[in-house]
Every structure is written in C-alpha cells, then in structure tokens.
Design a protein around this ligand. Structure first.
Ligand SMILES: Nc1ncnc2c1ncn2[C@@H]1O[C@H](COP(=O)(O)OP(=O)(O)OP(=O)(O)O)[C@@H](O)[C@H]1O
Length: 205
C-alpha cells in the first residue's frame, strides 16, 4: 500500500493554488506539509481526500481507505463522549476499542455531554475518532490546534504506535513539531505561477 501523487495541480475557486505536486508516501510513513499561511495546505489535503476535484494530475490512494480531519472537530454536542465515539464507530461498521479513552485522555470524560468540553478536550475527542474509523490513510489539517503539550504528545504517540506502526499512512499539515520521524515537504516551490492564478489581463487595462 502507498499513496502516490503525480503532477497534481489543486485549485480554490477555480484558481490554481499549487502546481505539479508529486510525492509518494509508503505504508507506515507520514509526510509533513510545510508552508506559509494561505499557500494551499488545506486545499491540497481536501483534494487528496477526494472532497474537491483536482485540476490536473493523479492521486493514487487505496480506495475507501482515506479520512480527512479538518480544523473543525465534527463533535456532536448533545451526545456524550462515549456516544460520539459509538456513533462514529457505527457509521464505519466498527467497534469502539476500549483503549481509545486512555489513548486520548478521555477516561474521566466518558459520560460528559460533548458540548460541555473545553476546546482542547473537544479536540481530543475529535481526534480520537481517527482511532475508531479504521482508515489507513489519514489527511490531517492542523490536528493539534487547541492542544496543550501533553495532548500533543498523546496524539503523536497515537499516530506513531496505533496508526503508522500498523502500516498506516498520514499526510499532515502542521505548524508545530509533532516529534514524528517523518519527512517534511515545503510547498513553496509548488506555488502556482501568478499567471496561472488569474493575473490581470493587460489587453483590458
Ligand atoms: N472559497 C475560496 N475561494 C477562493 N479562494 C480561496 C477560498 N478559500 C481560500 N482561498 C484561497 O486559497 C488559498 C489557499 O488556501 P488554503 O486554505 O488551502 O491555505 P493553507 O495553506 O491551508 O493556509 P493556512 O496555513 O492559513 O491554514 C489562499 O490564498 C486562500 O485565500
């Protein structure tokens, strides 16, 4: 299993943002995306996850094996922590692993309505979903927003031991160092040329 991206051009509102992006991530590895605000990390991740069409190029990803986690937590506030996890497990036809509560420091919060959680607790619950859906290829957009250092470490441990070491793949946009042994890709060289980004047409100036 691998994720292979070839000559990919991704766009926002029809305007190319990143051009000719190519990389391969083998099973068991992560790739960290780097780049300034607005360069197109979210656009690239959404395209890789199949949430928006590519402009050109190719994405070879194992079918029905990917999941995208955005800035938003996707937590249902009326449901308890346990009910949220059971809901996600049901959607994917899985069981909730007992160990998930320890892995994300949710043991004491199991019966709490998710709407009453702090931002960081909610984030941990949102991320714990990755441990119940059983998807092999994770596209993660700033997964550590709102997390304190302890929780960042918990999440990095989960990614390394429960996901990558089990043959999973992850592509992660993050401004902080997760401490993973993963190659980084700077997106700056792939910034779409100004012309391609719909620069002004001089004939009409
Ligand atoms: N709906 C939209 N229509 C047109 N352009 C958009 C739209 N949403 C975002 N953009 C632009 O597309 C570009 C890429 O945005 P994207 O969110 O992918 O960047 P990013 O690298 O994830 O940024 P950040 O690090 O700030 O999260 C930005 O210049 C942004 O302003």
């Amino acid at each position: 299993m691998e994720l292979k991206v070839s000559d990919l051009t991704v766009a926002r509102g029809g305007i190319p943002v990143l051009e000719n992006v190519s990389f391969t991530v083998p099973a068991g590895q992560a790739l960290v995306l780097r780049g300034a605000n607005g360069i197109g990390k979210t656009t690239l991740l959404r395209t890789l996850a199949g949430l928006q069409p590519e402009q050109s190029g190719q994405i070879d990803c194992p079918e029905d094996e990917s999941a995208y986690a955005s800035h938003a937590d996707g937590v249902k506030s009326q449901l308890t922590v346990e009910e949220n996890l059971r809901f996600w497990a049901d959607v994917y036809g899985n069981q909730v692993p007992d160990t998930i509560y320890e892995q994300f420091d949710l043991v004491d919060l199991r019966q709490r309505a998710a709407g009453t959680l702090s931002a960081g607790q909610k984030r941990r619950l949102g991320l714990s979903r990755l441990g119940v859906i059983g998807r092999k290829v994770l596209f993660l957009d700033e997964p550590t927003v709102s997390l304190d250092r302890f929780s960042v470490k918990l999440f990095a441990d989960f990614l390394q031991h429960q996901h990558l070491n089990q043959g999973g793949i992850a592509v992660i946009a993050t401004h902080i160092d997760l401490g993973l042994d993963a190659p980084e890709m700077d997106l700056e060289p792939f910034r779409a040329a100004p012309d391609a980004a719909g620069g002004s047409d001089e004939a009409f100036l």
